[in-house]
Ligand binder design. Structure first.
Ligand SMILES: [Zn+2]
Length: 270
């Protein structure tokens, strides 16, 4: 039901699928394309290892969306359900001591139980701090969370998303994370004029809260990069409530939330 093998299986049910990047551990970053409209949207999930349920929830959204034909001429939707499959597999299965690189991570971080803490990719870089927007290394070496890498877009996962955004220039970009039931809509005041209003509208209809990040949440994220470069609508949506990894029992509500949030944003923007 969860993790990279689940995504590999589910992806077979879609007609148009491409691979937009390969990770350090040779996993595919899949992108599903739905609809034929002139304008684009990009939905993405599982930037962080512990947040793997967001990938399952987004795949379910893609399945339901593909059946609603009224949308298909209105927009082209690109869905990247699992941006960071290596991090997800580390968070689910722990680290593989046979892997020399993993042994190195153990040495660097001193972590024993990776399934409780791992948010980064297999190189110990936090993908959502590796984009070129107020980029700054919050810590200076590979870590389970918040290390921004040696330079912006140093990681294949970051480049896959940044390249997709540059190629499609979507009117709407959403990055799904967990947790907190919040919708972040700004980056240093550079967001489009309608961003706050739309975030508040969707939040009100879905029981979420539209808000602005404080502290480290604002550095080097995917939506930050897109807002900074294109001044279009980009949101981070924090799904669910609790402590990551959220229990599997949180999934039905998460699926429902992705669907309602996704559709409401699409109806506002397109
Ligand atoms: Zn996250």
């Amino acid at each position: 039901m969860y993790g990279y093998p689940h995504i590999c299986e589910e992806i077979k049910g879609f007609k148009k699928v491409s691979v937009i990047g390969n990770t350090r551990e040779k996993r595919n970053i899949f992108c599903i394309e739905l609809g034929t409209g002139d304008k684009c949207a990009v939905f993405s999930a599982a930037f962080h290892g512990l947040e793997y349920l967001t990938a399952t929830a987004l795949i379910e959204f893609a399945k339901r969306f593909s059946e609603i034909s009224e949308y298909h001429s209105r927009l082209r939707l690109f869905v990247v359900p699992m941006v960071n499959p290596d991090g997800v597999e580390i968070a689910i299965n722990g680290i593989d001591p046979k892997n020399a690189y993993h042994r190195d991570i153990i040495k660097h971080t001193g972590i024993i139980d990776f399934t409780k803490v791992w948010q980064a990719n297999a190189s110990g870089v936090d993908i959502n701090h590796n984009f070129n927007a107020g980029w700054d290394s919050i810590c200076d070496s590979p870590a389970p969370t918040k290390y921004g890498g040696e330079y912006p877009e140093s990681e294949p996962e970051t480049r896959a998303i940044a390249n997709l955004l540059r190629k499609t220039e979507p009117e709407l970009f959403i990055a799904f994370h967990s947790q907190g039931k919040e919708i972040y809509y700004d980056f240093n005041g550079l967001e489009s004029e309608s961003a706050k209003e739309n975030a508040e509208f969707v939040a009100k209809r879905t029981g979420y809260k539209a808000t602005v990040p404080d502290g480290t949440a604002t550095f080097g994220g995917a939506k930050d990069y897109y807002i900074q470069e294109y001044h279009k609508e980009a949101y981070t949506v924090e799904l669910g409530m609790g402590k990551n990894p959220l229990p599997h029992s949180a999934l039905p509500e998460m699926i429902n939330d992705v669907y309602n949030i996704g559709r409401n944003f699409i109806d506002r923007v397109f």
